[in-house]
Design a protein around this ligand. Structure first.
Ligand code: AMP
Length: 195
């Protein structure tokens, strides 16, 4: 299966997508992780992206799309992938659709993890990542609201959006996610597509 995880920073996407990739046995394609890795390894892409991550703004599409393209080209992505933190804007979504259409493997399901703004801010304040300072949090929420949220309509129109209530314990939320995946995959327990 090819699944996209959408939701504001601090909604619990990281935790839930890690559990879901383990459950489904598909690669976890997190653009935040790919960018942080590029920065750690001091690649050219990493050097270009670093100031954006530090300030909470979206990194340039060219850099992100190149990293995603490279990752999607690896053999393990033939079976499926879980996109976490990508796409973040319409241009990335359209580019992903085009890439997947070319190889005949469209997105099966888009999961929106929905939580209140107040919860997001409270959860982010409890983390210790360097981009979790208050002014950077505010910028990351702004990017989500202005650039990423419009994707909900984009995928709703495609009929593949499923909104998950992100309140409650991680186990409760994960049960809801598994149920959505089961439904989208036609009822098989591990999300394999029938036929
Ligand atoms: P994340 O780990 O998904 O919260 O991403 C951390 C930071 O990486 C974001 O605040 C952005 O600066 C950058 N980033 C991650 N994914 C993307 C993306 N798809 N497009 C642009 N910037 C991204």
């Amino acid at each position: 299966m090819r699944i996209i995880f959408l939701g504001p920073p601090g909604a619990g996407k990281g935790t839930q997508s890690a559990r879901l990739v383990e459950h489904l046995g598909i690669p976890h394609l997190s653009t935040g992780n790919l960018l942080r890795q590029a920065i750690r390894e001091r690649t050219a892409a990493g050097a270009l992206a670093e100031p954006y991550l530090a300030s909470g703004q979206l990194a340039p599409d060219e850099i992100v799309l190149k990293l995603v393209g490279e990752r999607l080209g690896r053999d393990d992505c033939a079976a499926g992938a879980m996109f976490d933190g990508f796409p973040r804007n319409l241009r990335q979504a359209e580019s992903l659709d085009e890439t997947l259409r070319e190889c005949g493997r469209p997105i099966d399901l888009v999961l929106e993890l929905k939580v209140d703004d107040a919860d997001v801010i409270r959860r982010l304040a409890g983390r210790a990542r360097s981009d979790d300072r208050p002014e950077v949090i505010a910028e990351r929420l702004r990017s989500y609201w202005n650039q990423t949220r419009p994707l909900l309509d984009y995928y709703r129109k495609q009929g593949i959006l499923c909104t998950i209530d992100g309140r409650g314990s991680p186990d409760e939320v994960f049960e809801r996610i598994k149920e959505a995946v089961r439904t989208a995959s036609g009822g098989s327990a591990n999300g394999d597509r029938p036929g």
